[in-house]
Design a protein around this ligand. Structure first.
Ligand SMILES: Cc1ncc(C[n+]2csc(CCOP(=O)(O)OP(=O)(O)O)c2C)c(N)n1
Ligand SMILES: [Mg+2]
Length: 663
């Protein structure tokens, strides 16, 4: 139901007032964008957005993504005004201060109703593509009665200028995600000034060329905004609504300029804006009738929610739907039997192949997985278990052909994971984690369960050479908070890694997998998922222990060969498989001290072996230890020749250990 313009104006001005006052109080923040988009947001939130502020987690709610995350006061205002429990006015007063959920940029884990963490421009829009994909997939799985919602995005010039925009809209256009609508805050302003400083692009033509429906409106005219949204909703393509707006609208001397983008307006300008807007309330006070109009807008959503709840209650698959939306694995899901089969019949295979075999089990046992690859399906071995393609004609498919869009894939997977109901995984070459990195960082920050299947994890990929051979990648990813980086050594560890990754409701995992075949190191049953310990002793010293070899992935068998040679000389050597440093670091001190005892290198020498940078391995070898690795770019040659060239063989490593022991 739409209210009279005379009542809509103060509703929008409430957003403007809260935004300029909160930014002023914090002495930092971005008033321009919320003030410019206040009218569009008011129409969207009061008349179109399907949500229930009293039940922010309602599964069939529309998703709203503020891709222009710097305008965070816009969403904080909208949440407060429409009646969410948080943010309270006190939270808004404390905008950008310690402890306030009204952080500088919206963070999904701080506030219900903030669907994704935004701020890195372009990624919000790209994540919304994943949300729209998850919605269509669940719709195809559970039907219109249970899943039928839209994804709305507010994006700025910056979001549309970023390279990821191209990947994201290309995917959305191809997949005909008609329930996705992007409002472009077409204000001609970015930080440096007017957009003609840096772009002459015909954005509407680009979107049209990508299969989008495009419509324009005056972003300060409620009726025109409604008309544009109605057109967007009616069109079966994804829609871009170009909203012509004035940044900082309402600030009489600064509006329309980049001065309003990211700085407080100042007391004088705020006073002048109050005059122009006819806003007489003190800072952080909303007139009762305005608040009441805002709160009333939630009624439709509450009704839709209760009608939906009745449909769900009568739905045969209710429990399964709820399980998936809660992100819980089926109680009987287990890879134990599969792993036991591997132990009974050891396999010498690449870990990418082992991953495919594990995925065949996983995709059969877990209907919620959605796999994919950035055009490397046959190399990443990501299509397994008989899953079919996710296409515009069949959204029930569980395999996404992302095309050569690594960043877009990673961001879309974030959107899917945040949407809920699905567990996304996707592959490319490990070296191209660099292309995904900004999205991997957001997976970690947003606590999203995304599994990155990154194959060709070292010089072991061979002939493609240094452009394709990761050197610094595994180690640099290990630095990222809340990300598990796993480099399994064989088929058993690969299955264990998958099991762990799937059981992380609030963190992503990178699986670093080999192209080349690897012997199976785990040939007897151990009582637990050893990979869960992060690092574990694969072999204990037979002679008196003088050496601990710490290796990962394809170098674990090299470490075992070294240990055999050392033992033959009467030098006892442990071999530790350090599958996941993050999980190892999380073990209690007694466990870590047992695996890596804190004794002097004269007694026990620690040696790391990994076909990548040695940077940082002193964390486990200590300064006096020995670090075997590759501190230069790789080379193009058959893998075996490269391992020899770079000294990653037992014959090359053992003499170095002997030297060190005898020094
Ligand atoms: C990836 C990325 N690069 C740079 C920034 C810093 N930044 C924040 S807002 C902004 C300008 C964005 O312009 P626009 O989207 O038009 O926002 P408006 O000024 O209209 O609010 C920039 C460069 C960022 N947040 N993310
Ligand atoms: Mg702009």
């Amino acid at each position: 139901m739409s209210l009279a313009t005379s009542r809509m104006v103060p509703m929008a001005n409430a957003i403007r007032a809260l935004s300029m006052d909160a930014v002023q109080a914090a002495n930092s923040g971005h008033p321009g964008m919320p003030m410019g988009m206040a009218d569009v947001a008011t129409v969207l939130w009061s008349e179109y957005l399907k949500h229930d502020p009293k039940a922010p987690g309602w599964a069939d709610r529309d998703r709203f993504v503020l891709s222009a995350g710097h305008g965070s006061m816009l969403i904080y205002s909208l949440l407060h005004l429409s009646g969410y429990e948080r943010p309270t006015m006190e939270d808004i007063r404390n905008f950008r201060q310690i402890g306030s959920p009204c952080a500088g940029h919206p963070e999904n884990f701080l506030l219900d109703g903030v669907e994704s963490t935004t701020g890195p421009l372009g990624q919000g829009l790209a994540m919304s593509v994943g949300m729209a994909m998850a919605e269509r997939h669940l719709n195809a799985t559970f039907g219109d009665e249970i899943v039928d919602h839209r994804t709305w995005v507010i994006a700025g010039d910056g979001c549309l200028m970023e390279g990821i925009n191209h990947e994201a809209i290309g995917l959305a256009g191809h997949l005909k995600l008609g329930r996705l609508t992007v409002f472009w805050d077409d204000n001609n302003i970015t930080i440096d000034g007017t957009t003609d400083l840096s772009t002459s692009e015909n954005i509407k033509a680009r979107y049209e060329a990508t299969g989008w429906h495009v419509v324009s409106c005056d972003g300060h005219d409620f009726d025109d905004i409604r008309r544009a949204i109605d057109e967007a909703v009616a069109d079966e393509r994804p829609s871009l609504i170009a909203c012509k707006t004035v940044i900082g609208k309402g600030a009489p001397n600064k509006q329309g300029t980049s001065a309003t983008h990211g700085a407080p307006l100042g007391d004088d300008e705020i006073t002048a804006a109050r005059g122009v807007l006819g806003w007489e309330s003190a800072p952080f006070e909303i007139p009762e009738e305005v608040l009441s109009d805002w709160r009333g807008t939630a009624d439709d959503g509450a009704r839709a929610h209760s009608e939906w709840q009745m449909r769900l209650d009568g739905y045969a698959q209710k429990a399964e739907f709820q399980r998936r939306m809660a992100g819980e694995l089926p109680k009987d899901f287990s890879l134990d039997k599969y792993i036991k089969g591997l132990i009974d019949q050891p396999q010498k295979i690449a870990t990418r192949k082992a991953s495919e075999m594990a995925l065949a089990e996983i995709n059969t046992g877990l209907p919620e997985t959605i796999g994919g690859s950035a055009d490397l399906t046959g190399s990443n071995n990501t299509k397994a278990g008989g899953i079919g393609p996710f296409t515009a004609d069949d959204y029930s498919g569980r395999y996404v052909y992302y095309g050569i869009r690594e960043f877009g894939m990673a961001a879309a997977m974030n959107g899917m994971a945040l949407h809920g109901g699905v567990i996304p995984y996707g592959g490319t070459f490990l070296v191209f984690t660099d292309y995904c990195r900004a999205a991997i960082r957001l997976s970690a920050l947003q606590q999203a369960r995304v599994v990155y299947v990154m194959t060709h994890d070292s010089i072991g990929l061979g002939e493609d050479g240094p452009t394709h051979q990761p050197i610094e990648h595994v180690q640099s990813l290990r630095m990222m908070p809340n990300l598990l980086v796993m480099r399994p050594a064989d088929a058993v560890e690969t299955a264990e890694c998958w099991d762990i990754a799937l059981r992380q409701p609030d963190r992503p995992t990178v699986l670093a997998l080999s192209r080349q075949n690897l012997p199976q190191m785990r040939t007897h049953q151990l009582s637990e998922n050893m990979t869960g310990r992060g690092g574990y002793r694969l072999k204990a010293a037979q002679a008196a222990r003088r050496v601990i070899l710490i290796a990962t992935g394809s170098e674990l068998h090299v470490a075992m060969e070294c240990a055999e040679k050392l033992e033959a000389d009467g030098i006892g050597a442990d071999v530790v498989s350090m599958v996941c440093t993050q999980l190892f670091d999380e073990q209690d001190e007694a466990y870590r001290a047992d695996i890596l005892p804190d004794v002097s290198p004269d007694e026990v020498l620690r040696v790391s072996i990994e076909a990548g940078t040695t940077f940082g391995w002193d964390r486990y070898t200590m300064t006096n230890g020995l670090r075997i690795g590759i501190d230069r770019f790789g080379a193009s040659a058959p893998a075996e020749d490269l391992f020899e060239k770079f000294g990653l063989t037992a014959d090359a490593i053992v003499p170095q250990i002997m030297n060190k022991l005898n020094a």
